[in-house]
Design a protein around this ligand. Structure first.
Ligand SMILES: [Zn+2]
Length: 314
C-alpha cells in the first residue's frame, strides 16, 4: 500500500503567479527583500498583511511570533513567498492557524511548495516536521523568479533538488510513482545544471518535490543538518553530505551526483563539532535514517563525518 499527498492545485508556467487571482485579505509570509525586489508588485496583491522577516534557517520562534502577532487579524489565507525557509514558516503557521495555504517559490530547490514537510530550528538544531496539514492548497511555480536570481542561489537550490530526488529514489519508503518522479527529476536537474538551463532546473525542482515529498530523503539530509547548524547553507552542506551518503549506500546516482557537484564547484565543508557528539545528534533523526536503504550505525556516521572533513579528492 502507498499514499500520495500533494497540493490540490499545482500551477506551473512562466508568469503564472502574475496571472493568478489571489483571494483578498491574505497574510504574506516572506523574507526581507520581497518588497524591494518588486515581488509583491509583480503579484499585484494590494490588500494584504505582510510579514517579511523570515531569515534563512528559521527557528520555530518566528512561527510562534507570527501566530501571536496576527492571531486577531482577519485574513483568509496565507501566502508563503520565497525560498524554502519562507514557505516552511508559512506552511507551519497556516497549519497551526487552520488557514488556506498558497505557496510560491522564488528559488527552486526545496520543493517545499508541494511537500508536507517544514524544517525549523528547535533549540538551535534543525528539525523537520512532517504532516499532511502542512500541504499547500495551491502551489504556483513561476520561472519568472529565477530570471534575476544570483548564480549562488541557483546553485544552492539546484543541488538541494538533485540531492532530494536522488536520496528519495533510494528511500525505503518509496513506491513506483516516487521512483518514477525522482528519476525524472534527476534527469531534468542534471541536464539543467550541466547546461545551466534554468527552465529545466525549475521543472526538475517541482518534480523532485512531488517525488521525495512522498517518500522522504535519507542519510544525506540527516548528515547535512549538523553542518547547517554551523552556518553552511542547506545546499552547500548537501553537496558533500549527499555525495558521501550516496557512496556509502552504493546509490545508482553516486557518479552522476559527483559530476554535478564538480560542475557547480562547491568549496569544501568542514565540521567543527566533535564527531561523536554530532553522530549522536544525527542518529536521533529517525525520519531520515529509517528510510535509508542501508542501516547506519554510530561508527558509520563518525566515519562519514571524518571522510567529509578530510577527503580532498573533490
Ligand atoms: Zn533539502
Amino acid at each position: 500500500m502507498f499514499k500520495i499527498a500533494q497540493p490540490a492545485s499545482i500551477i506551473f508556467g512562466k508568469h503564472s503567479a502574475e496571472e493568478y487571482s489571489f483571494p483578498e485579505n491574505c497574510l504574506i509570509i516572506t523574507s526581507k527583500g520581497a518588497i524591494s525586489r518588486g515581488w509583491l508588485e509583480y503579484l499585484k496583491i494590494n490588500d494584504c498583511y505582510v510579514f517579511d522577516k523570515v531569515e534563512p534557517n528559521p527557528g520555530i520562534e518566528i512561527a510562534e511570533n507570527i501566530i501571536s502577532e496576527f492571531e486577531k487579524s482577519k485574513f483568509s489565507c496565507i501566502i508563503g513567498l520565497g525560498g524554502g525557509s519562507s514557505m516552511d514558516v508559512a506552511k507551519f503557521v497556516a497549519s497551526k492557524m487552520k488557514k488556506l495555504k498558497i505557496c510560491i517559490p522564488t528559488t527552486f530547490g526545496s520543493g517545499s511548495e508541494v511537500t508536507r514537510i517544514s524544517v525549523l530550528k528547535v533549540n538551535g538544531n534543525k528539525k523537520s516536521f512532517h504532516d499532511d496539514s502542512q500541504i499547500a492548497d495551491v502551489a504556483i511555480v513561476d520561472s519568472h523568479f529565477i530570471e534575476n536570481s544570483p548564480p549562488k542561489i541557483i546553485k544552492n537550490s539546484a543541488i538541494d533538488a538533485a540531492a532530494q530526488c536522488s536520496e528519495g529514489y533510494d528511500s525505503k519508503n518509496g513506491n513506483p510513482l516516487t521512483k518514477f518522479l525522482c528519476n525524472q527529476a534527476f534527469e531534468l536537474l542534471e541536464e539543467g545544471i550541466l547546461k545551466m538551463d534554468r527552465e529545466k532546473i525549475v521543472l526538475g525542482s517541482l518534480i523532485s518535490g512531488l517525488g521525495f515529498g512522498n517518500c522522504s530523503t535519507t542519510l544525506g539530509h540527516a548528515l547535512s543538518y549538523v553542518f547547517s547548524n554551523e552556518g553552511y547553507s542547506h545546499g552547500h552542506a548537501l553537496s558533500f553530505t549527499t555525495l558521501y551518503a550516496h557512496e556509502f549506500n552504493s546509490s545508482r546516482f553516486y557518479h552522476r551526483f559527483s559530476n554535478i557537484v564538480k560542475k557547480l564547484n562547491f568549496s569544501k565543508i568542514n565540521l567543527k563539532q566533535d564527531y561523536n557528539e554530532a553522530a549522536e545528534l544525527i542518529l536521533t533523526d529517525r525520519k531520515h535514517l529509517d528510510n535509508n536503504p542501508k542501516q547506519v550505525s554510530k561508527q558509520d556516521v563518525v566515519s562519514l563525518l571524518e571522510k567529509i572533513n578530510t577527503d580532498n579528492s573533490m
